[in-house]
Design a binder for this molecule. Structure first.
Ligand code: SF4
Ligand code: SF4
Length: 66
């Protein structure tokens, strides 16, 4: 299954991904970086397209690739 994952070293905590996620799966942790709730994420890719820093990416999870 595809899920979003954030590279926190690149994230600028702008909040665009959280605003655009149709599932409300993203929170900005203490104003520092975006955190994805993988149980809620459906892998739609909207956050990846919206992120100006290129830090959030949708990838196949390990579980699905086994
Ligand atoms: S892939 Fe879609 S559902 Fe998952 S966090 Fe990004 S916008 Fe939300
Ligand atoms: S859109 Fe990108 S840079 Fe902005 S909070 Fe989300 S992951 Fe971080």
């Amino acid at each position: 299954m595809r899920k979003a994952a954030n590279d926190i070293s690149r994230c600028v905590a702008c909040g665009v991904c959280a605003l655009q996620c149709p599932r409300g799966a993203i929170d900005i942790y203490r104003g520092c970086y975006a955190v994805v709730d993988v149980k809620t994420c459906v892998g739609c890719g909207i956050c990846e397209k919206a992120c100006p820093a290129g830090s959030i990416r949708v990838k196949e999870t390990e579980e699905a690739s086994k």
